[in-house]
Design a protein around this ligand. Sequence first.
Ligand code: SAM
Length: 252
Amino acid sequence: MAKGGQHFLVDRRVLARIVEVADLNLGDVVLEIGAGTGNLTEVLSEYAGRVIAIEKDLSLVRELNNTVVSENVDVIHADALKIDFPPFNKVVSNLPYQISSPVTFKLFNYEFDLAVLMYQDEFARRIVAESGRKEYGRLTVMAQYFAETKLLFKVPRGAFKPQPAVSSAVVRLEMRKRPRGAIDEEFFSRVVRAAFAHRRKKLKNTLLANLPVEREELEKLSPELLEVRAENLTLAEFIELANTLYSSRYIL
Ligand code: SAM
């Protein structure tokens, strides 16, 4: 049953709840990353117009092709980290936990409406964290920049087969449309990465160490801001910081 340490969601009530919060209709094209044995795929296909189910494991792809008979499901045998996603407007997945971080950041490169994603509980908490908390980090700031995030519900270990060691949680990301506030999103992302490179250091030091930026440029920022640590900066302050630095000259 367990393929490469994966835990399949078998509780039908949890499956139904995930699909319900995705608010599906026939106009939706849903991306599912890691379709596994198709438990979620089948329910998605009942409510969405089309489901694109990506699965890396060939034996599971064969199983999916045999068991998920709906005509509105396209099964793609691929590593989700290595392909360009076809157009979609919602993503609903019980994610393979080992790729939670890269796949979440990858999704931020796409324009779409909504994500309903199941993660390990600890990862889910990082997405919705408030500034000042230990869970608050680069993932939090980037997720909250691209989306309005909400932790919906916890999923007990017993909902999976085989049972995982830790519990899971479902997060809803309502994606923001452009303009989202940063003058240059690539630059904003670099600033956030640099700021959290040493989360215990003051912003002034971590920016100097991790961005090609000069001391004079940092002087354009408010001195109080430079004395705080990244973990205490709100999303709005991060946007302001990146935009001020960008406008002050920034050439990448
Ligand atoms: N959606 C199913 C469910 O809820 O029961 C399966 C979820 S299971 C946690 C994750 C699935 O992702 C597994 O079937 C695994 O083979 C697949 N997977 C792991 N890494 C992947 C990757 N890089 N790209 C696509 N699928 C992947």
